[in-house]
Ligand binder design. Structure first.
Ligand code: BG6
Length: 500
């Protein structure tokens, strides 16, 4: 085991903040001192992005392509990229990996070329002080340390960072799942808050960077027509659905221990709910926005306090999606059937506030589902009375806010074409450009700019576990049957009526 001790980065007068890779500027907070959480007048500029776990799938599939896209959109941005991981790469192999990832997002331009000419990689044991110290030595100035690592390794790498200390102005980017329950999330919160102040901790949820999720803010708070109706007087139910055609995709090592509830509902869909249901914040500054979300999640619990009665779970069996034949989940490589991992989860919660009392919010997400569906569906109450003489049905209005592809559609009852006395259903629809940056790019920009608005605050991370914990317990106790559905279907037959 490496000797423990404080790491003192010395400021290097030779460094040039405009040109990453040309010097080292390492003013540091010594290990052991408590980071202050009062916002600095001007946060130090992040000079290095250090990706821990850079040889892994997350880095090459999401993070590096997002970085490439960000640099393409913002060609004046300069950042030194340092990769670290268990694999051995020489300079050339690493540069090829990065440029392959950049190519996948069509990244190009000056900032991209500059980054490729300076990027470095170090193979290290990221759970040891020596290993972590060696990768920090490759960095310049204030560092954004991104943990693209499994949770257990992240925890140990953070323990090493606590002992070593990080350069002043550094920020941490942590992937989900953040802990495995409320208690472990709390423990991890305490640990990371001993390394840097809370506002420098970015608990990443890429759904918060999705265009439609951001559009919710404009839709709700910049229009007169929605916000007055955004409550239990006018809304009957809300469904937040993220059904994917994707199956396990070789992710058993992670997914077989997480399952759909933790992978999607506990994290992404509760964040979407928070933005959908929160009170209007005065500003979109991190404090106002994150306070509003946090208040909403604190008021959220399983419907009627009945975890078993408000949740369902199922697992896919063999089937077909398009021209793909899928094996049963339990026959996928690396899956342990005794884990009883669900690949489809549904949970109804209530938001116990004046605004939302009595409105069920149903969150659902599944893998290997035939009908790809990623939307918030808002079902309004029916019109109190339709004048007699107007023929036909007048079902409730439904607003579809599609998370992908980006679209808003409102189902309306209108007088039928050519027959003013008969009602028919019409849809008013708008499609949106997905935005210049993909969700990960948006989140990454927040991290590199030291703006935590789009990241999850410590208390919120714990709240999200608190909400789903009774469900996890009920499922572990076997009080909710694990149902089955064929891959390529839309879930178990018996679930059909629950969400249109
Ligand atoms: C990830 C989950 O966080 O989000 C995946 O781990 C899921 O299981 C993915 O497929 C969905 O998000 P996106 O943006 O890839 O559709």
């Amino acid at each position: 085991m490496a000797p423990e001790g404080a790491r003192d980065h010395q400021a290097d007068a030779a460094s040039n903040p405009g040109e990453p890779g040309t010097g080292s500027a390492r003013a540091s907070r010594s290990a052991g001192s408590r980071p202050s959480d009062s916002p600095p007048a001007e946060p130090p500029r992040i000079e290095t992005l250090l990706v821990l776990g850079a040889s892994g799938d997350l880095a090459s599939r999401l993070l590096l392509p997002a970085l490439g896209q960000l640099l393409t959109v913002e060609p004046d941005r300069r950042i030194l990229l340092v990769g670290a991981g268990a694999e051995q790469y020489d300079e050339e192999q690493w540069r090829t990996r990065v440029s392959d990832a950049f190519r996948s997002s069509q990244a190009s331009g000056d900032a991209v070329d500059e980054l490729l000419s300076h990027t470095r990689y170090r193979s290290a044991d990221l759970t040891s002080d020596d290993g972590v110290r060696s990768v920090l030595d490759e960095c310049e100035g204030a560092v954004a340390i991104y943990f693209a690592l499994p949770p257990a390794i992240t925890f140990r790498a953070c323990q090493a960072l606590e002992r070593i200390g990080v350069p002043d102005g550094s920020v941490l980017g942590l992937e989900k799942p953040f802990g495995s329950d409320a208690a472990s999330a709390h423990e991890l919160n305490e640990l990371v808050q001993r390394i840097v102040p809370e506002r420098s901790i970015h608990r990443v949820d890429h759904f918060l960077g999705r265009t439609t999720v951001l559009n919710l803010l404009g839709l709700r708070f910049a229009n007169r027509v929605f916000e007055p109706l955004w409550n239990s007087t006018h809304i009957e139910r809300v469904d937040i659905v993220y059904d994917e055609e994707l199956a396990l995709e070789n992710r058993a090592r992670y997914y077989d221990h997480a399952g759909a509830l933790v992978d999607m509902l506990q994290s992404h869909l509760l964040q979407v709910l928070a933005i959908f249901a929160m009170e209007p914040p005065a500003t979109l500054g991190e404090a106002d926005l994150r306070d509003a979300k946090s208040t909403t999640l604190r008021a959220t619990q399983v419907w009627g306090g009945d975890a078993a009665g408000s949740s369902r779970r199922a697992r896919y069996t063999a089937g077909r999606i398009g021209d793909r034949t899928l094996p049963a989940y339990t026959d996928e490589a690396g899956v342990d059937p005794s884990n009883e991992t669900e690949t489809l989860a549904e949970l109804t919660v209530e938001v116990g506030t004046w605004r939302w009392a009595g409105v069920p919010f149903t969150l659902r997400s599944g893998k290997a589902i035939g009908r790809k569906r990623r939307e918030i569906m808002v079902t309004f109450r029916e019109a109190p009375r339709v004048p007699s003489g107007l023929e036909g049905e007048a079902p409730a209005n439904v607003l579809h806010i599609a998370l992908a592809p980006e679209r808003i559609a409102l189902e309306l009852n209108m007088n039928g074409p050519g027959d003013p006395e008969t009602l028919s259903r019409e849809v008013m629809q708008a499609d949106f450009d997905p935005g210049r940056l993909k969700a990960y790019g948006e989140v990454l920009r927040g991290i590199l700019d030291g703006d935590p608005s789009l990241s999850i605050r410590a208390d919120t991370a714990e709240q999200c576990w608190r909400i789903v914990e009774p469900v996890l317990e009920a499922w572990r106790a076997g009080t909710v049957p694990l149902e089955e559905y064929a891959a390529g279907s839309n879930g178990p037959d018996a679930w059909r009526t629950s969400i249109r």
